[in-house]
Design a protein around this ligand. Structure first.
Ligand SMILES: *[C@@H]1O[C@H](CO)[C@@H](O)[C@H](O)[C@H]1NC(C)=O
Ligand SMILES: *[C@@H]1O[C@H](CO)[C@@H](O)[C@H](O)[C@H]1NC(C)=O
Ligand SMILES: *[C@@H]1O[C@H](CO)[C@@H](O)[C@H](O)[C@H]1NC(C)=O
Length: 905
């Protein structure tokens, strides 16, 4: 987002930097000049550096893909640059209460002392030379053959004569996530991404090629090695790799013990797991380690690979962001029985056993926020599963709409920038609207960072309209969006707030702000209309109001539906003109272009529909010819895939569509933790849209909701691929977690363990919420292991013999997908309260209701899509149903429900 870099410029900048650093010379503290030791197991081929005995290369046996940046090892051979095999720790004399002493094998490297290898060990060393300050702690390290997998084990002995408390212990985790200086095709070919499951003895790290295909890797506990915390590592940033930049997020470590951090750097933060330390008596030893295993089938095979190591696996449906008052399901697979389960806060989650391995998890009706479920297994293992409990979906949306249109409602009509009235960016920590920010777009109602608020407010009306909110948003559209954010030929400005103290002497720019950055545009730069991304937000706002005007005509006062749909259409088309940049790339949220096209077609506006089709086809054709069609403003990104997928699928470019689904799976993990489940990789946008500006793995930034669109759409086309649904639904739920109890929605959650909080700014929240609006719904799927499942609803019946009945609980109760039948049903008004289907007959029955509060709709239009074009459905009940807009118009009762029967025709 909004960094006027492109791939070529990045390559130039870094090529120059690389040249410089090679002239300066790179230090070789690792001892690369003395070569490597090759170690092989049945499942891996690995190389460790001979002198340092840290891992330099790791490939699954028989493959060439390297999970480590072996090709950049000479740029990562300096002190303070971490590798697998390194160890960091903190210790103190027990009971001293004194300061912790740090141990860090990477800080000042010296060749380690090679030891004779014992049984199963492939290499062993004593780390004393490279751990000069570790007093009585004697640390040895072994690389092991663990049943054909690669093991890494540390033995720590207290060789002194007093007890020692170890308050931190971590294993740095290195993967090839260095995109710096690589062409896009090389990044796709060489790089991988990793994410943790901070789940104690069930914790693990998953890694997979960025392209989303090929074998994946899991790192699981070896022995009693819980993953208690996941700590970001500081490294020196050399130009050759750019640690901690847009092209290299940086690395983390698996922390087994974290008390020494929790009490100091992280004081006041609620950690994922209870911070712990361990005491070593004189002469006592402790062993900790990890095991590397291959998931040969790739990302879909990760749970299975984890399970094969004896590590417990949890599978939560619909995921781990769950509304209070509704039951969710949890499946556990472990070697040992469950001895007990507890939730924290106490009684936040009620657990009921459904079978030997499945449970229902129901959040208490008054609870809200983070909740942790701890599973104690009979063999002593502890697993933590991390939930985020929201209010019921309709209440959450109600809170959001209210907060946006009251607290974030800006009505100072003396504003010289013409921003009133509008829904503006907000700082929840300061409890105030952000009227000034040096990144002008945040206060300027454009770019993701500035549209987040009004885009969420308008998109919300498309699924849950509110009369008062619609009235305010119409005022915003008439007085700000159309006259000022747009030009009279439908172009969209990049910001309507700008920095011009001489042109606006009467305006008091904050003297607390440094206005000298490139982000503090003057009027000319702010009013530029050359950024295609900005057109999507405006089009989405109009389209949302079109939907309101169509289904609830009495709510709109200033314009009719024709006007809104035309504004949406004209804005899209204007964004495709030559004077607008980036319009040949996939754009964030452009699934709404597809909705606009569908509605133009349904309304019979054929010439507009055909112009839009022509425009989109030309882009899709281009993408189909490109090896990596996912460009953006950034050197690497996770925003282009949504648009590329949408149009590749629409125009039948099957290879590009499949490649794009894989690409999304490459950066969107699933683990039993609300923060990482379905959390598409984003790590730089705090710089452009957040209050706390830093490079950091973001939790549920807008990538979650937008990339979910790809996976949910792909799942609807192939309902046997339940992995797509599992990850996609996790992503679509992300934007619910951002909404706090008051209704404020934050841009993202900070994942560094010293922070663990929602960002203060609303920032660029909106695009992710648009993803939720366009993709969420209630999905029914038949899982090969767990049977029939409902995501976004509660299920009764199996669907095998009699009917399966689903009560909807998701935020968008206007879209249902019946996987076993391959049928999607959507309505444009009211809500689907429940539905049932019979697999044998292929019939579907829906109960349509009005929305819980006002307004009431006279009718809903219902559309049915089937995966098998030969199968068509007709509405057999109610008899008053008529054809409308390529669907069925179903009269709704003012009070009470209407049952709709769909029969194969
Ligand atoms: C440290 O452990 C090694 C075995 O790995 C042992 O040979 C050595 O004597 C120990 N050093 C001390 C100071 O106890
Ligand atoms: C690794 O261990 C397995 C059994 O666990 C054994 O079959 C194999 O021969 C060992 N391989 C090496 C290279 O030691
Ligand atoms: C602006 O909004 C505030 C707070 O909602 C309200 O008190 C005030 O009357 C409004 N002013 C105008 C001019 O509408």
């Amino acid at each position: 987002m909004l960094f006027y870099w492109n791939q070529d410029i990045v390559l130039c900048v870094f090529a120059f930097a690389t040249l410089l650093s090679s002239v300066v010379g790179q230090s070789d503290n690792l001892g690369l000049k003395n070569g490597y030791i090759t170690i092989t197991t049945a499942n891996f081929k690995a190389q460790i550096v001979r002198d340092a005995q840290v891992l330099a290369s790791l490939s699954p046996a028989g493959g060439t893909f390297d999970f480590l940046p072996f090709d950049l090892i000479s740029a990562r051979a300096g002190n303070g640059q971490y590798h697998w095999g390194d160890i960091t720790f903190r210790y103190r004399e027990e009971g001293s209460g004194g300061a912790w002493t740090d141990g860090n094998s990477a800080a000042a490297r010296k060749p380690v002392t090679s030891l004779k290898t014992g049984t199963g060990a492939l290499a062993a060393s004593n780390l004393a030379p490279t751990l000069p300050t570790t007093g009585p702690l004697n640390v040895t390290r072994e690389w092991l053959n663990v049943s054909g997998d690669l093991g890494l084990r540390f033995t720590i002995e207290n060789s002194g004569d007093s007890p020692i408390e170890i308050g931190s212990l971590g294993f740095p985790a290195e993967f090839n996530s260095i995109f710096t200086n690589r062409a896009a095709a090389d990044t796709q070919r060489l790089c991988s991404l990793s994410d943790p499951y901070v789940g104690m003895h069930a914790g693990y790290i998953r890694a997979n090629p960025v392209r989303g295909t090929g074998a994946a890797l899991v790192v699981t506990p070896l022995g009693d090695t819980p993953l208690e915390a996941y700590r970001n590592l500081a490294e020196p940033s050399y130009a050759a790799t750019g640690y901690g930049s847009q092209t290299f997020e940086g690395f983390y470590e698996w922390q087994v013990l974290s008390r020494a951090w929790a009490e100091n750097e992280w004081a006041g933060v609620k950690p994922w797991n209870t911070p712990s330390s361990r005491t070593l008596q004189p002469g006592q030893t402790l062993q900790f380690g990890v095991r590397f295993s291959v998931a040969p089938g790739g990302v879909r095979d990760i749970d299975e690979a984890v399970r094969k190591t004896g590590t417990p696996v949890a599978f939560g449906v619909p995921g781990y962001i769950i509304p209070r008052g509704s039951p969710s399901q949890l499946f556990l697979q472990a070697d040992s029985d469950v001895a007990s389960m507890t939730s924290e806060p106490v009684a936040s989650l009620a657990v009921a056993e459904l079978s030997e391995t499945s449970y229902s998890i129901t959040p208490a009706s008054t609870f809200w926020g983070r909740a942790k479920l701890t599973v104690n297994y009979a063999d002593g293992k502890i697993q933590t599963i991390h939930y985020y409990v929201t209010k019921p979906a309709a209440d959450t949306l109600g809170d959001l709409g209210r907060f946006l249109t009251t607290e974030q409602w800006y009505n100072d009509t003396s504003d010289p920038f013409g921003r009133a009235p509008s829904v503006m960016s907000y700082d929840y920590e300061a409890r105030s609207i952000v009227t000034q920010d040096p990144r002008v777009w945040i206060a300027g109602l454009s770019d993701e960072g500035g549209v987040g608020a009004y885009l969420a407010a308008t998109a919300k009306q498309a699924i849950q309209p509110d009369a008062e909110e619609v009235t305010k948003l119409e005022a915003f559209i008439d007085q700000v969006l159309w006259p000022t954010i747009q030009t009279d030929d439908f172009a969209v400005r990049k910001s309507i707030f700008y920095y011009d103290p001489s042109g606006l002497p009467q305006y008091s720019y904050s003297s607390a702000i440094d206005w000298t950055s490139w982000t503090s545009w003057n009027e000319d730069s702010a009013y530029a209309i050359d950024r295609a991304y900005d057109y999507v937000h405006v089009a989405a706002a109009y389209w949302s109001l079109y939907r309101v005007a169509r289904a609830y005509p009495s709510l709109v006062k200033t314009h009719n539906w024709e006007w809104y749909l035309n504004q949406a259409y004209r804005t899209v088309i204007r964004g495709m003109q030559d004077d607008v940049g980036y319009n040949r790339l996939g754009l964030m949220g452009e699934t709404v272009f597809g909705e606009i096209l569908a509605d133009l077609t349904r309304e019979g506006l054929t010439s507009a529909a055909s112009a839009l089709t022509t425009s989109m086809r030309s882009r899709a054709t281009q993408w189909d010819s490109e090896e990596v069609p996912y460009g953006s403003e950034m050197a690497w990104d996770s925003t282009g895939q949504e648009g590329v997928y949408y149009w590749a699928k629409y125009f039948g470019f099957a290879n590009t569509a499949t490649k794009t689904v894989n690409s999304v799976l490459g950066y969107m993990p699933t683990v039993p933790h609300w923060g990482w489940n379905g959390n598409a990789r984003r790590y730089w946008d705090n710089i452009y849209g957040g209050k706390l500006k830093r490079i950091e793995r973001q939790i549920h930034h807008y990538g979650s909701g937008l990339n979910a669109l790809v996976l949910l759409s792909a799942f609807r086309s192939d309902p046997t691929d339940t992995y797509l649904l599992h990850v996609g639904y996790g992503g679509a739920s992300g934007p619910l977690s951002n909404i706090n109890e008051a209704g404020f929605a934050s841009a993202s959650f900070h994942s560094w363990p010293g922070t663990l909080k929602w960002d203060g700014y609303s920032g660029d929240y909106g695009p992710g919420f648009l993803g939720l609006v366009l993709g969420s719904g209630t999905y029914v799927a038949r899982h090969p292991t767990f049977g029939l499942l409902a995501y976004g609803g509660t299920l009764s019946g199996t669907g095998d013999g009699g009917a399966a009945v689903v009560r909807t609980t998701g935020p968008v109760s206007r879209r249902i997908f019946v996987g076993p039948l391959g049928v999607t049903v959507t309505v444009d008004a009211g809500s689907v309260r429940s539905f049932s289907y019979e697999e044998a007959r292929g019939s579907v029955s829906l109960t349509l209701a009005q929305l819980p509060g006002p307004p009431k709709a006279a009718a809903a239009v219902l559309w049915v899509e089937t995966n098998n074009a030969a199968v068509k459905y007709r509405v057999s009940t109610p008899s008053g149903a008529t054809s409308e807009r390529l669907g069925w118009r179903i009269p709704l009762a003012a009070n009470g429900d209407v049952v709709v029967e769909l029969t194969k025709s």
